[in-house]
Design a protein around this ligand. Sequence first.
Ligand code: HEM
Length: 477
Amino acid sequence: MGTQDIPINAPATSDGPTLVHRGRFVYPPGLRMNLPFYLFHKFFKPGNPILLFEHLRQFGRAAHYRILFRDVVLFYDPSDIREVLIDKAASFGKDRTQKRMKILLGEGMITSDGEAHKRGRRIAAPAFHRQRIQRYAGQIVEIADGLGAEWEAGQALNIAAEMMRLALKITARTLFDTEVTLEIQVISDQVNIVMDLYNYLVAMPRAELLLNSPLPGMRRFRHAKARLDEVVDGMIQRRRAEGAAGDLDQRGDLLSMLLAARDDQAEGDGLKLTADELRDQVLTLFLAGYETVANALAWTWLLLGQNPGPEAKMHEELEAVLAGRLPTLEDLPRLEYTAMVLSESMRLYPPAWAMGREALEDVAIGPYRLRKGTMVFFSQYFVHRDPRWFPHPERFWPERFTPEAKAARPRFAYFPFGGGGRQCIGESFAMMEATLALATIAQRWRLALVPGQTVEPQPKITLRPKNGIRAIPVPRM
Ligand code: HEM
């Protein structure tokens, strides 16, 4: 990337962060010009914000720029991230770009703040307790095994698309107790339409106003969103009607639990979710739950294909623990190396590749003093590649995730699931799903990468492989 020609304030020094004083506020160094100027520069392509994070990495611990009248700070150091997400969490809310996700997700758990967020989280939390989600293990293995049974030796596959299909089926069955019917496929197709426009919409000031314009792209977005709402509302109504027959509590899937749940913990209001709240939460959980896991698995297959050493070691573990049978919930604690493979894959290709917050008041973070309204961002993709915690960061090395190695790193050197009060509610579910699915499929197949392809990460809401990943199944049994 040719970035020499971009004007900068001052480079970072090795003996501590450079500070830029602006009245009573203190910011890190960064871009001198307002960001829109750089939008015309070759290094900043709308739709690839990773390049901006990469460019600003040169400032070291943190970097600053302005977009119109707003200050933006990118943090690269775990201690600053910890302050934002934990120690000073009360001084921050979700940032504007995430709030813009409301055009897609409404007032679900990801986009809401304050009491609305707490209420949504309280109501959904019981459904994600470890004991509760364990009942899904059998279904996950059955679906993964079914997918593996459809593949043919020697027939090249787009493994990214296959993992989307798998995760969609698992989410539909476990969380919503539906098969992947046409409806679910509609959701997935509409989401793809929405995603194509999404990065542009969130990057554009006042995008909400554009939404109602007759521009063809906007019309497509509106249509896709309306169709999504229709499908989710339909799913909820059917379940409600079945629930009138009285079996909601017994079914045990997430949708039934959300329908039956009241906000009846000590601090709750005792009420059920309204129809709109329910639709927004369901859509949020659906979208948060399948694309992330699908991408984690797709990147894992790529890395295993590129790294025969760890691949062989994982196969050894599968043979020792499973001896050819399908995995069960009880095997999970012994599939240690398989879980380490996944952790290391999410280090290099974190499905949630960046997060952001907005300062609700003036606030001090590390040596900086930020003005109310400052937006702060940090990227798992970059923090996970910091050689201080991960020597030779480009190397795929699952041993980085032994308990001892993990304990030697600061919190937030690695945070694929975020942290603090808004840490991913689906983390245990996602880890169980990904480990069992990987073990199940890897029992039957190894995936040889089709030679000559370049796989490029594409940062949409999640980090996807841009043109998919082509691989050829080779039987192991
Ligand atoms: C590998 C898979 C996954 C990854 C990497 C991931 C990552 C994340 C991250 C980084 C956050 C925090 C965002 C922030 O604080 O700004 C988050 C939040 C969330 N995740 Fe996940 N997630 C995954 C799977 C899931 C699954 C399976 C579900 C549900 C079925 C889920 C539901 C949610 C929800 C509802 C939130 C919002 C929580 C809140 O704000 O209180 N995620 N996830």
